[in-house]
Write a protein that binds this ligand. Structure first.
Ligand code: DAU
Length: 333
């Protein structure tokens, strides 16, 4: 891609930081705007902190002044910045609207004003709501269940409106459940892996038979690249992996890889409004030449190894703010 200049928001988060790393490796010039909320972590980009193609700026996408000051010469914006955890959106919904809807609109307004050629809105399969069987394509209705997914759907609708009304070149990606190194340990896989390593309980919501589609973070980032480079303006692209699994199946695999027993399993109250299953048809993106490459069994094992070998990354996280959230969410399981 040569010396393309990208503004990546949320580039210190789990998926964003992996994307920034890939972009810098591809010789793109990256401005990484991140608010550094509880889940944004400069450690996630420590390996490229001194790379001349990577500039970090701390700031909020819903702050028009900051955003406006960063758009000069930018070819494309990739918006990863979001409040993204369903359980936190149930505890406290309004902050999600500020970042996921207002922030997206502020970022797009600045992109439009500065004539940015492409805006990629990184979204989620959760906007479709539960898919009891089969797979939905990009034409499916939006039926979000949680304050989180409703706020992401709001961001998507703003993005499509900016395309229609202002002619902003927008592409939306809707990704499935993503896993891999550096994921904040509030999500199922890193929470259960780190708890299992510490011989703590694994809190399974309800019967644990909920189904998710899983995709490795590298494959998700590759999908976003494909949408950035080859996506058609104004279109939505689903990004899914090949693996469907129940939460119970994921839990058993984690116990196996961490060499722990089922005595760690705790059945706790179900998540209110819990989506039973997601199912995503990614053939539109596959037609552009993208395909997921990481086989789930291998990717999960490698991810467990990463958490085992990188305690120094997650141990400090699991104190302070995390501890307060954890006790509010789970009591003292
Ligand atoms: O589908 C894409 C979405 O995947 C992303 O848009 C979200 O940002 C991301 O958080 C994720 O949403 P989920 O709600 O599916 O992920 P989470 O890791 O929170 O939960 C996965 C499943 O595991 C879900 O059925 C709830 C269940 N679960 C989760 C936690 C944290 C438990 O049973 N116990 C738990 O403690």
């Amino acid at each position: 891609m040569g010396a393309i200049k990208l503004l990546v928001s949320g580039g210190c988060g789990f998926i964003g930081s992996q994307f920034v790393r890939t972009a810098v490796a591809r010789d793109a010039q990256v401005v990484n705007l991140d608010k550094l909320t509880y889940s944004g972590n400069p450690e996630n980009v420590a390996d490229i902190a001194d790379n001349p193609n990577h500039t970090f700026v701390q700031g909020d996408i819903s702050d028009p002044e900051i955003v406006d000051g960063l758009m000069d010469g930018v070819d494309a914006v990739i918006n990863f910045a979001a409040e993204s955890h369903v359980d936190r959106s149930i505890l406290d919904p309004t902050g999600f609207i500020t970042t996921d809807v207002l922030g997206t609109a502020v970022l797009m307004q600045a992109a439009h004003k500065h004539g940015v050629s492409r805006f990629v809105q990184v979204s989620t399969d959760e906007v479709y709501g539960p898919v009891p069987e089969g797979e939905v394509d990009e034409n499916a209705a939006l039926r979000p269940s949680s304050p989180y997914s409703a706020s992401k759907a709001g961001g998507d609708l703003q993005a499509l409106a900016f395309a229609t009304t202002f002619g902003l070149d927008v592409v939306i990606t809707r990704g499935a459940n993503t896993y891999g190194p550096r994921q904040y340990p509030e999500k199922l896989i890193p929470l259960f892996v780190t708890n299992a390593l510490d011989r703590l309980g694994l809190p399974i919501y309800g019967d644990g038979q909920q189904v998710r589609n899983w995709i490795h973070v590298d494959d998700h980032c590759a999908g976003i690249w494909t949408a950035l480079e080859k996506g058609e303006s104004g279109r939505v692209y689903n990004i899914a992996g090949d693996q469907y699994a129940t939460n119970m199946e994921i839990t058993r695999l984690i116990l196996e890889h961490t060499e722990r027993g089922e005595d760690l399993i705790r059945h706790v109250s179900d998540r209110p409004g819990h989506d039973r299953r997601y199912g995503l048809d990614a053939s539109r993106l596959k037609a552009l030449g993208w395909d997921p490459e990481v086989e789930f069994a291998h990717g999960l094992e490698e991810t467990v190894t990463w958490y085992r070998e990188n305690r120094s990354w997650w141990e400090p996280i699991k104190s302070g703010e995390y501890r307060r959230y954890y006790e509010r969410q789970y009591g003292t399981t």
